[in-house]
Design a protein. Structure first.
Length: 365
């Protein structure tokens, strides 16, 4: 049982607690085969309609034409049931492009779902268990709602000091304990903002994403990194008004703020610090190409035209389209960040940012 494993490691940081709850190889949330779906705990854009993947394929095709490399490869991490991969490959094939695709998936239960979804493309798809196993490649690294599931440090202001939240488990009871912060990286991240926080202000700091970027920079020889996720600029993330942080849990389509309710049985997430991704991109040799909200990105790529190509134009299709691009759906909560490692800087911007490129926001304090 996961609770026994957690108790054995007690006391442990919240970061370690979150890591075990989500990624324990036998009892973690993802090892159980939990996936985004209309019947699951939460949904993502690829679950809503194939128009999302088809529209993204347009951007991928433009990038392919820009790189013009024979060994072009699309690598996706956090691929869910494989809907995004399927929709990208299907639309690209209609346009005369037969891309090779690689999925990073550490859990065999989830890989089995993906294999069923992608059966018609099996000759062009490979799987690896980790980013470390990935050979050097040219092409695209793609993720949709990946970084929000990275384990985070949970911190709290207490008696004018910043403390880290640790977990103690005794007799099946989970208790939080505040301890002094030992990692200077945490202070460096929050330093400009923490003096404005009130007593008991609580938030998160993600440190693990840096190792991921470092490895990715070693693997991607030339190409683009497309990140789609929900999150904030750092000044918004750590604003005094956001005094409870961004940590959320999803259980059977219910949003909860108690990460101790059902360890290993519910999704635990925190919003992405997009300023951090910009900083890490620059640190590890990537150009920051564009940043905008999902709705603007999809409209720039012509989702209205693709709607007529890939849908039956029914009422359900129209509602799905609205949900993907309107602020009431995922249009403004989700952002698209594209970074690149190139021999030469592109002469013109990518089509996905033709209506709006707000990359400048990532350089403001």
């Amino acid at each position: 049982m996961l609770l026994d494993i957690l108790a054995y490691e007690s006391p442990l940081t919240f970061e370690r607690y979150m890591e075990l709850c989500l990624y324990h190889p036998e009892h973690g949330y993802y090892a159980r085969g939990n996936l985004p779906s209309k019947k699951g705990d939460y949904i993502t854009s690829p679950c809503i309609h194939k128009i999302f993947g088809a529209t993204l394929a347009r951007q991928i095709i433009e990038i392919y034409e820009l790189l013009k490399t024979e060994d072009f490869l699309i690598v996706e991490a956090g691929a869910g049931q494989g809907f995004l991969a399927s929709d990208i490959l299907e639309y690209s094939e209609k346009k005369g492009y037969t891309f090779n695709y690689l999925i990073i998936e550490p859990f065999s239960t989830i890989k089995e779902f993906q294999e069923k979804t992608l059966l018609k493309f099996k000759s062009r798809i490979r799987w690896l268990k980790s980013l470390e196993e990935l050979p050097k490649f040219k092409g695209i690294f793609l993720s949709n709602e990946l970084f929000d599931s990275f384990p985070v440090k949970l911190i709290q202001k207490n008696k004018r000091k910043i403390n880290e939240v640790w977990i103690e488990i005794k007799n099946g009871n989970i208790k939080e304990v505040l301890k002094e912060v030992e990692d200077d990286k945490i202070f460096k991240r929050i330093e400009p903002y923490s003096s404005f926080w009130e007593e008991n202000y609580r938030t998160e700091v993600c440190l693990k994403v840096e190792d991921f970027y470092k490895i990715l920079s070693e693997k991607l020889e030339e190409g683009f990194v497309i990140t789609i996720d929900y999150g904030y600029l750092r000044q918004d993330y750590y604003s005094p008004e956001r005094n409870k942080g961004t940590l959320l849990c999803y259980y059977k389509h219910r949003i909860m703020d108690n990460p101790y309710f059902k360890p290993g049985e519910m999704d635990i997430t925190s919003h992405v610090d997009f300023t951090l991704l910009r900083e890490l991109g620059e640190k590890y040799g990537f150009l920051n190409i564009g940043f905008t909200q999902q709705g603007s990105f999809l409209v720039s790529l012509g989702i209205n035209e693709i709607f007529y190509e890939v849908s039956e134009r029914s009422w359900k299709d129209m509602e799905a389209l609205k949900f993907l691009i309107f602020p009431e759906g995922l249009g403004s909560s989700h952002w698209v960040l594209i970074q690149a490692k190139l021999k030469e800087k592109p002469e013109k911007g990518l089509k996905g940012f033709s209506l709006s490129n707000r990359i400048y926001l990532l350089y403001t304090n």
